[in-house]
Design a protein around this ligand. Structure first.
Ligand code: APR
Ligand code: ZN
Length: 259
């Protein structure tokens, strides 16, 4: 049985599928991953520095400019065949829940309903001082790919600087997010982990938690993430998310039709 056949067998036998996605699933929509080198004004800065409250304190215009550029990139981006295949899988009679580290809305744009954002979202800025959520007026400045230093807007309530509504290094996940993620993993039959380098905890712990509960884990990545000591219930499908997920969906839908 090939890896794909093994993966489709597990997905067809599953009642509940959890898909954990990272930046790799949005890469083919033109959204750079975190391990791609930063460009323009942000070149030479490490995302692991820019994604901190400290960086925002030290250089609010650089950090706000970076997130505004990313917001504008995401606004222009379209969901790709990988996002769409995950939405289509949910139409085959199995429950498909998505846990994403991504701060874009491409899963939602593809039609997926059950999307849990572990690291927040570009769409929900908040006040750095009083933490109140804020609504951004339409962007009155287009940030070019080279980037720009942009003064963060101010909170209407306390005049504090607005910050992106994302989880920075060292910060807590959104309230209840991890609890929800844990119950999804506990209830599922298969975890599909797509386009993540598995560096940032606690998201990177999801596959091991799934193994600990005797679930099947399918990795989808352009890099072979290998199969560790869990060879019985771990499958590594190497390739682009658009190609691998589309192939999985089409094999699943053929199977479902013959049932
Ligand atoms: N298809 C599948 N996988 C891909 C593709 C693709 N087209 N392109 C890249 N990848 C893989 C890379 O091989 C890498 O393993 O996607 C992964 C992207 O890894 P990261 O850039 O580290 O993204 P991610 O794992 O989501 O980062 C996690 O780090 O900086 C923080 O908060 C940020 O949520 C982010 C977290
Ligand atoms: Zn405020």
């Amino acid at each position: 049985m090939t890896d794909y056949e093994q993966a489709v067998k597990a997905l067809i036998e599953a009642k509940k599928i959890v898909v954990s996605t990272g930046a790799g699933i949005s890469q083919e929509s033109g959204i750079p991953t975190y391990r791609d080198g930063l460009t323009g004004l942000w070149a030479g800065h490490n995302p692991q520095y820019l994604e901190t409250a400290n960086a925002f304190r030290e250089n609010p215009q650089l950090v706000w400019g970076w997130y505004l550029w990313r917001r504008q990139q995401v606004a222009r981006a379209k969901p790709n065949a990988g996002h769409i295949a995950l939405h289509q899988m949910a139409t085959l009679g199995r429950k498909v829940s998505i846990i994403t580290q991504n701060i874009d809305d491409l899963h939602e744009k593809a039609g997926s309903k059950e999307v849990l954002h572990l690291h927040g979202s570009l769409a929900t800025p908040q006040c750095f001082a009083c933490h109140r959520p804020a609504v951004l007026a339409a962007d009155n400045v287009q940030v070019t790919d080279f980037g720009a230093l942009i003064e963060p807007p101010r909170c209407k309530k306390c005049n504090g600087k607005l910050r992106p509504g994302v989880v920075w290094y060292g910060e807590e996940l959104p309230k209840g997010a991890w609890k929800t993620a844990m119950s999804l993993i506990k209830d599922c039959d298969v975890l599909v982990s797509v386009g993540t380098s598995g560096i940032v905890t606690p998201a990177s712990d999801l596959p091991d938690i799934a193994f600990g509960l005797y679930k099947t884990v399918i990795h989808v990545n352009t890099i072979d993430q290998g199969v560790g000591e869990h060879e019985l219930n771990e499958i590594s499908l190497v390739g682009k998310a658009t190609e691998v997920l589309t192939r999985l969906y089409s094999m699943m839908s053929k199977e479902v039709q013959t049932q």
